[in-house]
Write a protein that binds this ligand. Structure first.
Ligand SMILES: N[C@@H](CCC(=O)N[C@@H](CS)C(=O)NCC(=O)O)C(=O)O
Length: 204
């Protein structure tokens, strides 16, 4: 199988952290999305959403959407980490928190970044006001996450799961992409983030 990626982008970093955690190795195909490598007809036939990452299987099936890719990798690389949850309650908590962190956090942060910076104005209509509003929504979501982490060592369950990976990518992006000083207002996020950063898979 082949992973089409632009390694520096948040969605590809998310899949890469997941792969490192489960100890999986796949062949890589490097694309430059800033240069529009994902806009070609050849790539669009592989990717339903036209974005990276895409995992192409040996039978030609192409999977886009990072969470779908992680689900597949989790099944094919045997591991006992239960990153999608270990029992019905945990699986539901992972699903619940993953949707919350993606929709209110990561996806909203993407909207903020894309619309404020107009980085992809060659391929989409950018609305600066929507970007600013999205940034405010990211700021408004941080207390929810901080409150959760005041009472729980990890976001979704008592164990490390894929939601912590997504949350880590979201917080990194809020800090580095949107210039939000997350740690000064969210001490529990700061503590959780610093602990995650010491994990083996999060090095380098
Ligand atoms: N929901 C998608 C988001 C993918 C995404 O937004 N990919 C970005 C890089 S982080 C991309 O391909 N950007 C180039 C473009 O939008 O043309 C996922 O989780 O895979």
């Amino acid at each position: 199988m082949k992973l089409y990626e632009t390694a520096m982008t948040p969605s590809c970093k998310r899949v890469n952290l997941f792969l490192k955690e489960i100890g999986g190795e796949v062949e890589r195909v490097a694309l430059n999305v800033r240069e529009g490598d994902n806009l070609t007809d050849a790539f669009k036939t592989k990717s339903v959403n036209g974005k990276v990452p895409v995992l192409e299987l040996d039978d030609g099936t192409a999977l886009c959407e990072s969470v779908a890719i992680c689900r597949y990798l989790d099944e094919v690389f045997e591991n006992d980490l239960a990153l999608f949850g270990a029992n019905p309650r945990e699986c539901a908590q992972v699903e619940m928190w993953h949707r919350v962190v993606e929709f209110q956090g990561l996806y909203t942060a993407f909207q903020a970044f894309r619309n404020i910076t107009a980085i992809y104005q060659d391929r989409e209509n950018c609305v600066p006001e929507w970007g600013e509003e999205s940034k405010l929504r990211v700021l408004a979501f941080l207390p929810t996450l901080d409150k959760r982490l005041a009472h729980s060592e990890h976001i979704a369950t008592e164990n490390f799961t894929i939601v912590d990976i997504t949350g880590f990518i979201f917080i990194s992006f809020a800090i580095n992409g949107l210039g939000i000083d997350v740690f000064s207002t969210s001490p529990h996020i700061a503590r959780w983030y610093e602990r995650l950063a010491t994990r083996q898979a999060f090095q380098g």
